[in-house]
Design a protein around this ligand. Structure first.
Ligand code: NAD
Ligand code: LMR
Length: 328
């Protein structure tokens, strides 16, 4: 077991995802069973007391890998020396708020947090943005951290990926281990495109094993609108499944993806598949030696092209809005 703990900073630590996430990090599921962790929790001043309560519970779990917890209401202190930054806390959309207002309000969070990461994070820092609108919040943080390699800023579409796996597994009555090469393209929003044309079930293309009607009118909208359906059912947005997806994303980023398969993550585009360079969009990705790589060479048919383009157009619009607001 390595003696030096890895510092993991979690923002929004007193929120519902924070509560589901912190115990899994401290138990070793984020980085593996041989890696001790130190937790830095960042909250707004009003929620620090609640974060302290969660820290008390973390202590009470007596996790062997947990080497300390510090709680902050100052981003510079919270990101000092951090190796993994999980940006969960965000400004939710309130009644009457337009998308531009939401992006601006989040700019006030993710801009300063990006600056703090730039100023003090460890050289190997990896950033996962969970707080919505996740892709564009990641872009804002990245733009505020010019000294950190751009590809260290990512946004979470792993929950969408896992949702798509679950829907397909139920439809075909197959185990999750029989499904591979599924992809979420684009934005973590209702425009996202869950792609079954490259996914395989038992080695054969998934789209050929389901009715076209189900694929277009059931599968895609169910996955894309699952976040709203959970809010409707639970009265609060998904928390444990979001925390689980964050764990999956970081675990694979650090430890690598299994041979012969890929996953989905929103990473800065290098122009692949016609996605404008710099946009933080979801792609089929593998992780090798601690770096995400976009899977190359997939043939994109007209149907998929239209869906990918629509989601990417939304990301371009969000980028243009935050550029106009001076946030990037
Ligand atoms: P929540 O409201 O329960 O918790 C958010 C926490 O963030 C609160 O404790 C709040 O005090 C804190 N916070 C707000 N501003 C902060 C700041 N500047 N610095 C530090 N902390 C701050 O929300 P939640 O259910 O935990 O969800 C968090 C975010 O994750 C939301 O934006 C939600 O929409 C998003 N989400 C994303 C996905 C995804 O797949 N990408 C899935 C589910 C939820
Ligand atoms: C989700 O996909 O569950 C969330 O992003 C929904 C939300 O708006 O918080």
């Amino acid at each position: 077991m390595s003696a030096t703990p890895v510092t993991v900073t979690v923002t929004g630590a007193a929120g519902q995802i924070g509560y589901a996430l912190l115990f899994r990090i401290a138990s070793g599921q984020l980085l593996g069973p041989d890696t001790p962790v130190k937790l830095n929790l960042l909250e707004i001043p009003q929620a620090v007391k609640a974060a302290e309560g969660t820290a008390m519970e973390l202590d009470d779990c007596a996790f062997p890998l947990l080497r300390g917890i510090d709680i902050f209401d100052d981003a510079n202190a919270a990101f000092s020396g951090t190796n993994v930054a999980l940006l969960v806390g965000a400004r939710p959309r309130s009644k009457g708020m337009e998308r531009g207002d939401l992006l601006e309000a989040n700019g006030g969070i993710f801009g300063p947090q990006g600056k703090a990461i730039n100023a003090g994070a460890a050289d190997d820092v990896r950033v996962l943005v969970v707080g919505n609108p996740a892709n564009t919040n990641a872009l804002i943080a990245q733009a505020s951290a010019p000294d950190v390699p751009a590809d260290r800023f990512t946004a979470m579409t792993r929950l969408d990926h896992n949702r798509a796996l679950a829907q397909l597994s139920k439809k075909l009555g197959v185990g999750l281990d029989e499904i591979s090469k599924l992809t979420i393209w684009g934005n973590h929003s209702a425009t996202q495109y869950p792609d079954l044309f490259h996914a395989e079930v038992g080695g054969k293309i998934a789209a050929e094993q389901v009715e076209r009607e189900w694929l277009e009118n059931d599968f895609i909208p169910t996955v894309a609108k699952r976040g709203a359906a959970i809010i409707e059912a639970r009265g609060a947005s998904s928390a444990a499944s979001a925390a689980n997806a964050a764990v999956d994303h970081v675990y694979d980023w650090v430890n690598g993806t299994p041979a012969g398969d890929w996953t989905s993550a929103a990473i800065p585009s290098d122009g692949s598949y016609g996605v404008p360079e710099g946009i933080i969009s979801s792609f089929p990705v593998t992780s090798e030696n601690g770096e995400w790589k976009i899977v190359q060479g997939l043939e994109i048919d007209e149907f998929s092209r239209g869906r990918i383009d629509a989601s990417v157009a939304e990301l371009v619009e969000e980028r243009d809005t935050v550029a106009t607001l001076g946030l990037i």
